[in-house]
Design a binder for this molecule. Structure first.
Ligand SMILES: [Zn+2]
Length: 200
């Protein structure tokens, strides 16, 4: 993890080179952002930095609705053991922990489950299960933004075992039910475009 001064300077100049490298959490609002977030910048004394979206969420922060940090890329400059973590993150993002368990994931990576847990602690700042939950919520949020699918279908496609689990996880992170983040009205933008960028 980078030091505070490096992160702080990068987020103050909204440096895209640091997008996905660290995340800025704001203690006064409980929200975390990407370094490139267009929203008015918080005071330095109110920010804290995390190496991943999952780490920020584990500490109780929820994603900013403007810069959508839960969709930020992970740092590409990893090597050595970090490459194993990057592979694990890819597999988890693809749903590896939605059906299989940690032991099976670790076996696919050619390492033990305990070693995998240690690597995550060091490089991600969250457990593989917490990370899987972050990815599920990210998938669900994208489906809410871009489709008209029913809630039960969104829960299923996002990798939640049930609608109840989806609702509980969503409410815990966003502090509101998923239906309130659904766009109203008949017209929709194309996939990938967020309604939050549209201004009246
Ligand atoms: Zn933001």
């Amino acid at each position: 993890m980078l030091d505070f001064e490096t992160c702080n300077a990068a987020r103050l100049r909204r440096d895209p080179a640091y997008d996905g490298v660290f995340f800025t959490a704001v203690k006064t609002t409980g929200i975390y952002c990407r370094p490139v977030c267009p929203v008015r910048q918080p005071l330095t004394r109110n920010v804290v930095f995390y190496p991943s979206a999952a780490a920020a969420e584990t500490e109780g922060y929820r994603p900013c609705l403007r810069c959508r940090p839960e969709t930020a890329p992970f740092c590409p400059a990893w090597n050595g053991t970090r490459a194993t973590v990057a592979r694990a993150l890819k597999l988890i993002e693809a749903g590896a922990l939605d059906e299989a368990d940690i032991e099976q994931l670790a076996a696919r990576l050619g390492i033990g489950a305990r070693h995998l847990a240690r690597l995550f602690q060091r490089h991600v700042g969250a457990t593989p299960l917490q990370t899987a939950q972050t990815f599920r919520l990210q998938r669900a949020k994208r489906l809410l933004d871009e489709t008209d699918l029913r809630m039960t279908e969104i829960a299923r496609r996002a990798g939640f075992g049930s609608l109840r689990r989806f609702n509980a996880a969503f409410a815990e992170l966003y502090k509101r039910p998923p239906s309130t983040l659904r766009r109203k009205g008949p017209q929709r933008h194309g996939a990938g475009e967020s309604h939050l960028h549209a201004r009246a």
